[in-house]
Design a protein around this ligand. Structure first.
Ligand code: 13P
Ligand code: 13P
Ligand code: MG
Ligand code: MG
Length: 362
Protein backbone atom coordinates (compact mmCIF):
# COMPACT_ATOMS: atom_id res chain seq x y z
CA UNK A 1 0.00 0.00 0.00
CA UNK A 2 1.25 3.46 -0.84
CA UNK A 3 0.51 6.30 1.56
CA UNK A 4 0.22 9.95 0.62
CA UNK A 5 1.06 12.73 3.06
CA UNK A 6 -0.47 16.07 2.03
CA UNK A 7 0.02 19.42 3.68
CA UNK A 8 -2.30 22.03 2.21
CA UNK A 9 -2.08 25.42 3.89
CA UNK A 10 -3.59 28.87 3.55
CA UNK A 11 -3.89 32.17 5.34
CA UNK A 12 -7.62 32.77 5.63
CA UNK A 13 -7.56 35.52 8.24
CA UNK A 14 -6.11 36.32 11.60
CA UNK A 15 -6.92 38.01 14.90
CA UNK A 16 -5.21 41.28 15.78
CA UNK A 17 -3.37 41.72 12.46
CA UNK A 18 -1.33 38.94 10.84
CA UNK A 19 -0.51 37.17 14.11
CA UNK A 20 -2.64 34.14 14.82
CA UNK A 21 -5.48 32.02 13.49
CA UNK A 22 -8.25 31.45 16.04
CA UNK A 23 -8.95 28.16 17.83
CA UNK A 24 -12.63 28.03 16.84
CA UNK A 25 -11.75 28.05 13.14
CA UNK A 26 -9.06 25.40 13.69
CA UNK A 27 -11.67 23.33 15.55
CA UNK A 28 -14.04 23.65 12.60
CA UNK A 29 -11.22 22.39 10.31
CA UNK A 30 -10.61 19.43 12.65
CA UNK A 31 -14.30 18.60 12.74
CA UNK A 32 -14.62 18.70 8.90
CA UNK A 33 -11.58 16.46 8.44
CA UNK A 34 -12.79 14.14 11.18
CA UNK A 35 -16.08 13.71 9.25
CA UNK A 36 -14.15 11.97 6.43
CA UNK A 37 -11.59 10.12 8.58
CA UNK A 38 -11.75 6.39 7.85
CA UNK A 39 -13.15 7.18 4.39
CA UNK A 40 -11.30 9.77 2.31
CA UNK A 41 -8.63 10.36 4.96
CA UNK A 42 -6.72 7.83 7.02
CA UNK A 43 -5.62 10.43 9.55
CA UNK A 44 -4.97 14.16 9.91
CA UNK A 45 -3.43 16.85 12.07
CA UNK A 46 -4.55 20.47 12.02
CA UNK A 47 -2.45 23.30 13.40
CA UNK A 48 -1.40 26.85 12.61
CA UNK A 49 1.88 28.68 12.27
CA UNK A 50 1.12 32.33 12.99
CA UNK A 51 -1.82 33.28 10.78
CA UNK A 52 -1.54 30.24 8.48
CA UNK A 53 -3.87 27.23 8.76
CA UNK A 54 -2.03 23.96 8.15
CA UNK A 55 -3.96 20.83 7.17
CA UNK A 56 -1.76 17.73 7.33
CA UNK A 57 -3.64 14.73 5.89
CA UNK A 58 -2.75 11.09 5.20
CA UNK A 59 -4.63 9.06 2.57
CA UNK A 60 -4.22 6.73 -0.42
CA UNK A 61 -5.37 9.03 -3.24
CA UNK A 62 -1.89 10.09 -4.38
CA UNK A 63 -0.64 13.64 -4.93
CA UNK A 64 -2.86 16.21 -6.69
CA UNK A 65 -6.00 14.29 -5.77
CA UNK A 66 -9.16 16.17 -6.68
CA UNK A 67 -11.01 14.84 -3.60
CA UNK A 68 -8.25 15.88 -1.19
CA UNK A 69 -7.78 19.31 -2.75
CA UNK A 70 -11.55 19.91 -2.78
CA UNK A 71 -11.74 18.93 0.87
CA UNK A 72 -9.02 21.46 1.78
CA UNK A 73 -10.56 24.17 -0.42
CA UNK A 74 -14.00 23.73 1.13
CA UNK A 75 -12.57 23.81 4.65
CA UNK A 76 -10.69 27.04 3.80
CA UNK A 77 -13.87 28.52 2.28
CA UNK A 78 -15.88 27.76 5.39
CA UNK A 79 -13.07 29.10 7.60
CA UNK A 80 -13.04 32.29 5.54
CA UNK A 81 -16.77 32.81 6.17
CA UNK A 82 -16.19 32.33 9.91
CA UNK A 83 -13.24 34.75 9.74
CA UNK A 84 -15.39 37.35 7.95
CA UNK A 85 -18.19 36.97 10.49
CA UNK A 86 -15.71 37.48 13.34
CA UNK A 87 -14.14 40.51 11.62
CA UNK A 88 -10.74 38.82 11.48
CA UNK A 89 -8.04 40.64 9.56
CA UNK A 90 -7.46 39.75 5.88
CA UNK A 91 -10.19 37.07 5.88
CA UNK A 92 -9.71 34.80 2.88
CA UNK A 93 -6.27 36.34 2.19
CA UNK A 94 -4.84 33.39 0.25
CA UNK A 95 -7.98 32.26 -1.60
CA UNK A 96 -7.36 34.13 -4.81
CA UNK A 97 -10.14 32.82 -7.01
CA UNK A 98 -13.69 31.50 -6.81
CA UNK A 99 -13.24 29.33 -9.87
CA UNK A 100 -12.09 26.15 -8.08
CA UNK A 101 -11.74 23.27 -10.51
CA UNK A 102 -10.36 20.40 -8.45
CA UNK A 103 -6.81 21.47 -7.65
CA UNK A 104 -5.69 24.24 -5.29
CA UNK A 105 -2.43 24.72 -7.22
CA UNK A 106 -2.35 28.26 -8.61
CA UNK A 107 -5.30 29.29 -6.43
CA UNK A 108 -3.29 30.74 -3.51
CA UNK A 109 -2.86 27.92 -0.95
CA UNK A 110 0.54 26.21 -0.53
CA UNK A 111 0.90 22.48 -1.18
CA UNK A 112 3.53 19.95 -0.06
CA UNK A 113 2.63 16.34 -0.90
CA UNK A 114 4.51 13.06 -1.19
CA UNK A 115 3.38 9.51 -2.00
CA UNK A 116 5.55 6.89 -0.31
CA UNK A 117 6.00 3.21 0.25
CA UNK A 118 6.08 3.27 4.05
CA UNK A 119 9.07 1.84 5.86
CA UNK A 120 8.25 -0.49 8.79
CA UNK A 121 8.60 2.51 11.13
CA UNK A 122 8.02 5.63 9.03
CA UNK A 123 9.27 8.92 10.52
CA UNK A 124 8.84 12.41 9.09
CA UNK A 125 9.07 16.00 10.24
CA UNK A 126 6.53 18.56 9.04
CA UNK A 127 7.91 22.10 9.00
CA UNK A 128 5.63 25.11 8.73
CA UNK A 129 6.81 28.71 8.54
CA UNK A 130 5.17 32.13 8.73
CA UNK A 131 6.34 35.51 7.32
CA UNK A 132 8.69 34.06 4.72
CA UNK A 133 8.96 32.26 1.37
CA UNK A 134 9.86 28.75 0.18
CA UNK A 135 13.49 29.55 -0.56
CA UNK A 136 13.96 30.09 3.19
CA UNK A 137 14.20 26.27 3.24
CA UNK A 138 17.13 26.20 0.77
CA UNK A 139 19.88 26.61 3.36
CA UNK A 140 18.50 24.15 5.97
CA UNK A 141 17.63 21.54 3.29
CA UNK A 142 21.13 21.75 1.88
CA UNK A 143 22.58 21.28 5.36
CA UNK A 144 20.28 18.34 6.18
CA UNK A 145 20.97 16.40 2.98
CA UNK A 146 24.41 17.53 1.78
CA UNK A 147 26.44 18.97 4.66
CA UNK A 148 28.37 16.42 6.73
CA UNK A 149 28.99 19.04 9.44
CA UNK A 150 25.23 18.97 10.02
CA UNK A 151 24.37 15.39 9.06
CA UNK A 152 27.08 13.10 10.35
CA UNK A 153 25.24 10.19 8.70
CA UNK A 154 26.53 11.37 5.30
CA UNK A 155 29.96 10.25 6.52
CA UNK A 156 29.09 7.54 9.04
CA UNK A 157 26.06 5.70 7.61
CA UNK A 158 26.55 3.59 4.45
CA UNK A 159 22.83 4.12 3.66
CA UNK A 160 23.38 7.88 3.33
CA UNK A 161 26.87 7.78 1.90
CA UNK A 162 25.72 7.86 -1.76
CA UNK A 163 24.18 11.29 -1.29
CA UNK A 164 20.91 12.71 -2.60
CA UNK A 165 19.27 14.34 -5.64
CA UNK A 166 17.96 17.92 -5.38
CA UNK A 167 15.14 19.15 -7.64
CA UNK A 168 15.47 22.94 -7.88
CA UNK A 169 12.80 25.21 -9.36
CA UNK A 170 13.40 28.53 -11.06
CA UNK A 171 10.35 30.18 -9.57
CA UNK A 172 10.32 33.04 -12.05
CA UNK A 173 11.01 31.01 -15.18
CA UNK A 174 8.86 27.92 -14.43
CA UNK A 175 11.80 25.60 -15.07
CA UNK A 176 13.39 22.85 -13.00
CA UNK A 177 16.82 21.21 -12.79
CA UNK A 178 18.08 18.19 -10.86
CA UNK A 179 21.49 18.02 -9.15
CA UNK A 180 23.34 15.06 -7.65
CA UNK A 181 25.13 15.60 -4.36
CA UNK A 182 27.89 15.41 -3.29
CA UNK A 183 29.13 15.38 -6.93
CA UNK A 184 27.46 18.64 -8.00
CA UNK A 185 27.27 20.42 -4.65
CA UNK A 186 28.96 23.58 -5.88
CA UNK A 187 26.66 23.89 -8.90
CA UNK A 188 23.69 23.32 -6.61
CA UNK A 189 24.89 25.98 -4.15
CA UNK A 190 25.52 28.41 -7.01
CA UNK A 191 21.77 28.36 -7.70
CA UNK A 192 20.08 27.85 -4.34
CA UNK A 193 22.15 30.64 -2.75
CA UNK A 194 20.16 32.98 -5.01
CA UNK A 195 17.06 32.69 -2.87
CA UNK A 196 15.13 35.35 -4.80
CA UNK A 197 15.02 33.06 -7.82
CA UNK A 198 15.63 29.40 -6.94
CA UNK A 199 13.82 27.11 -4.50
CA UNK A 200 14.41 23.48 -3.63
CA UNK A 201 11.17 21.67 -4.45
CA UNK A 202 12.04 18.03 -3.75
CA UNK A 203 14.91 15.85 -2.59
CA UNK A 204 15.27 12.19 -3.53
CA UNK A 205 17.53 9.33 -2.57
CA UNK A 206 19.78 8.27 -5.44
CA UNK A 207 17.59 5.17 -5.72
CA UNK A 208 14.60 7.39 -6.43
CA UNK A 209 12.57 7.39 -3.17
CA UNK A 210 11.38 10.80 -2.15
CA UNK A 211 13.07 12.35 0.90
CA UNK A 212 11.60 15.85 1.14
CA UNK A 213 9.06 18.13 -0.54
CA UNK A 214 8.33 21.83 -0.01
CA UNK A 215 5.46 24.09 -1.03
CA UNK A 216 6.83 26.59 -3.57
CA UNK A 217 3.66 28.42 -4.63
CA UNK A 218 4.26 32.19 -4.92
CA UNK A 219 1.08 33.86 -3.83
CA UNK A 220 2.10 37.34 -5.07
CA UNK A 221 3.18 36.03 -8.48
CA UNK A 222 -0.19 34.28 -8.82
CA UNK A 223 -2.12 37.36 -7.72
CA UNK A 224 0.08 39.89 -9.55
CA UNK A 225 0.10 42.14 -6.48
CA UNK A 226 1.19 42.00 -2.85
CA UNK A 227 -1.09 39.68 -0.88
CA UNK A 228 1.23 38.37 1.82
CA UNK A 229 4.14 35.97 2.00
CA UNK A 230 3.94 32.36 0.87
CA UNK A 231 4.61 31.04 4.37
CA UNK A 232 5.78 27.64 3.13
CA UNK A 233 5.46 24.13 4.56
CA UNK A 234 7.62 21.07 3.93
CA UNK A 235 7.71 17.37 4.72
CA UNK A 236 11.09 15.76 5.45
CA UNK A 237 11.50 12.00 5.97
CA UNK A 238 13.90 10.98 8.73
CA UNK A 239 15.80 7.97 10.11
CA UNK A 240 16.83 4.64 8.55
CA UNK A 241 18.28 5.68 5.20
CA UNK A 242 17.47 9.38 5.65
CA UNK A 243 19.05 11.94 7.99
CA UNK A 244 18.16 11.26 11.64
CA UNK A 245 15.47 13.50 13.14
CA UNK A 246 18.15 15.34 15.12
CA UNK A 247 20.12 15.94 11.91
CA UNK A 248 16.99 17.24 10.18
CA UNK A 249 16.46 19.70 13.05
CA UNK A 250 20.09 20.75 13.49
CA UNK A 251 20.16 23.58 10.86
CA UNK A 252 17.61 25.52 12.92
CA UNK A 253 19.91 25.66 15.95
CA UNK A 254 22.03 28.18 14.01
CA UNK A 255 19.86 31.18 13.02
CA UNK A 256 20.16 32.53 9.48
CA UNK A 257 18.63 35.43 7.53
CA UNK A 258 15.69 35.05 5.17
CA UNK A 259 13.27 37.29 3.27
CA UNK A 260 9.81 38.13 4.59
CA UNK A 261 8.90 39.70 7.94
CA UNK A 262 6.98 43.02 7.92
CA UNK A 263 4.99 43.52 4.68
CA UNK A 264 7.03 40.69 3.14
CA UNK A 265 9.69 43.33 2.47
CA UNK A 266 12.46 42.76 4.98
CA UNK A 267 15.35 40.46 5.66
CA UNK A 268 15.44 38.99 9.12
CA UNK A 269 16.29 35.86 11.10
CA UNK A 270 14.07 32.76 11.15
CA UNK A 271 13.09 31.82 14.72
CA UNK A 272 12.40 28.15 15.59
CA UNK A 273 9.48 28.02 18.07
CA UNK A 274 6.85 25.74 19.56
CA UNK A 275 3.34 25.73 18.09
CA UNK A 276 2.17 27.83 21.06
CA UNK A 277 4.88 30.44 20.42
CA UNK A 278 4.26 30.77 16.69
CA UNK A 279 2.87 34.30 17.12
CA UNK A 280 4.88 36.77 15.02
CA UNK A 281 4.23 40.03 16.87
CA UNK A 282 7.45 42.07 16.78
CA UNK A 283 7.38 44.01 13.49
CA UNK A 284 5.11 41.15 12.40
CA UNK A 285 7.88 38.69 13.22
CA UNK A 286 10.60 37.73 13.51
CA UNK A 287 9.59 35.06 10.96
CA UNK A 288 8.73 31.75 12.67
CA UNK A 289 9.14 28.07 11.95
CA UNK A 290 7.65 25.09 13.77
CA UNK A 291 8.83 21.48 13.33
CA UNK A 292 6.47 18.60 14.13
CA UNK A 293 7.93 15.08 14.24
CA UNK A 294 5.52 12.21 13.48
CA UNK A 295 5.67 8.46 13.34
CA UNK A 296 3.30 6.75 10.91
CA UNK A 297 2.02 3.20 10.35
CA UNK A 298 -0.35 2.48 7.44
CA UNK A 299 -1.12 6.19 7.34
CA UNK A 300 -2.06 6.39 11.02
CA UNK A 301 -0.12 9.15 12.76
CA UNK A 302 1.56 9.03 16.17
CA UNK A 303 2.69 12.32 17.69
CA UNK A 304 3.56 14.97 16.91
CA UNK A 305 6.55 15.94 18.99
CA UNK A 306 6.66 19.75 18.97
CA UNK A 307 10.42 19.66 18.39
CA UNK A 308 11.36 23.32 18.80
CA UNK A 309 9.60 23.51 22.18
CA UNK A 310 12.77 21.88 23.52
CA UNK A 311 15.11 23.97 25.69
CA UNK A 312 18.01 23.19 23.35
CA UNK A 313 16.61 25.84 20.94
CA UNK A 314 16.61 28.57 23.63
CA UNK A 315 20.01 29.83 22.50
CA UNK A 316 18.87 29.91 18.86
CA UNK A 317 15.88 32.01 19.93
CA UNK A 318 18.07 34.38 21.98
CA UNK A 319 20.42 34.73 19.02
CA UNK A 320 17.46 35.34 16.71
CA UNK A 321 16.30 38.18 18.98
CA UNK A 322 19.79 39.71 18.88
CA UNK A 323 19.86 39.46 15.08
CA UNK A 324 16.36 40.97 14.97
CA UNK A 325 17.60 44.00 16.95
CA UNK A 326 20.55 44.34 14.62
CA UNK A 327 18.46 44.13 11.45
CA UNK A 328 15.73 46.45 12.81
CA UNK A 329 18.46 49.07 13.48
CA UNK A 330 18.51 49.67 9.70
CA UNK A 331 14.86 50.70 9.52
CA UNK A 332 13.98 51.40 5.86
CA UNK A 333 17.57 50.80 4.68
CA UNK A 334 19.00 47.79 2.89
CA UNK A 335 20.02 45.11 3.70
CA UNK A 336 17.08 45.01 6.16
CA UNK A 337 14.88 46.27 3.32
CA UNK A 338 14.85 43.81 0.43
CA UNK A 339 16.31 44.89 -2.94
CA UNK A 340 13.88 46.36 -5.52
CA UNK A 341 13.46 43.11 -7.53
CA UNK A 342 12.16 41.40 -4.41
CA UNK A 343 9.78 44.24 -3.63
CA UNK A 344 8.21 43.87 -7.06
CA UNK A 345 4.77 43.17 -5.63
CA UNK A 346 4.94 45.28 -2.47
CA UNK A 347 3.81 48.91 -2.28
CA UNK A 348 7.23 50.56 -2.69
CA UNK A 349 7.14 50.30 -6.52
CA UNK A 350 4.09 52.59 -6.44
CA UNK A 351 6.17 55.20 -4.60
CA UNK A 352 9.04 54.99 -7.11
CA UNK A 353 6.51 55.17 -9.98
CA UNK A 354 5.03 58.32 -8.47
CA UNK A 355 8.48 59.93 -8.36
CA UNK A 356 9.51 58.79 -11.86
CA UNK A 357 8.86 62.08 -13.73
CA UNK A 358 10.62 64.16 -11.07
CA UNK A 359 13.96 62.62 -12.03
CA UNK A 360 16.19 64.94 -14.11
CA UNK A 361 19.25 64.00 -16.15
CA UNK A 362 22.53 64.69 -14.37
P1 13P B 1 -2.73 46.85 5.32
O1 13P B 1 -2.77 47.37 6.73
O2 13P B 1 -3.12 47.86 4.31
O3 13P B 1 -3.42 45.56 5.18
O4 13P B 1 -1.21 46.49 4.95
C1 13P B 1 -0.29 46.17 5.92
C2 13P B 1 -0.20 44.76 6.14
O5 13P B 1 -1.17 44.03 6.28
C3 13P B 1 1.13 44.21 6.30
O6 13P B 1 1.25 43.79 7.61
P1 13P C 1 1.24 37.05 6.04
O1 13P C 1 1.83 36.65 4.71
O2 13P C 1 1.59 36.12 7.13
O3 13P C 1 -0.23 37.27 5.94
O4 13P C 1 1.89 38.43 6.47
C1 13P C 1 1.58 39.55 5.72
C2 13P C 1 2.34 40.74 6.09
O5 13P C 1 2.48 41.63 5.28
C3 13P C 1 2.91 40.83 7.43
O6 13P C 1 3.50 42.08 7.68
MG1 MG D 1 -1.89 37.14 6.92
MG1 MG E 1 1.20 34.09 7.24
Amino acid sequence: MKTTISIIKADIGSVGGHIRMTEDILDMCRSKLNDVKGDLLIDFYVTRCGDDVELLMTHTRGVDSKEIHSLAWNVFKEGTEMAKDAGLYAAGQDLLSDAFSGNVRGMGPGIAEMEIEERPAEVFVAFMADKTEASAFNLPLYEMFADPFTTSGLVLDPKLHDGFKFEVHDIKGSKKIIFDTPEESYDLLALIGMTDRYSIKRIFKKSGEIAAVASTEKVNLIAGRYIGKDDPAMIVRAQSGYPATGEVLEPFSKPFLIAGWMRGSHRGPLMPVSQEDANPTRFDGPPRIIGLAFSMKNGVLAGPIDTFSDVSYDRARAKTNELADFMRRHGPFQPHLLPPEELEYATLPDVTKKLADRFEDI
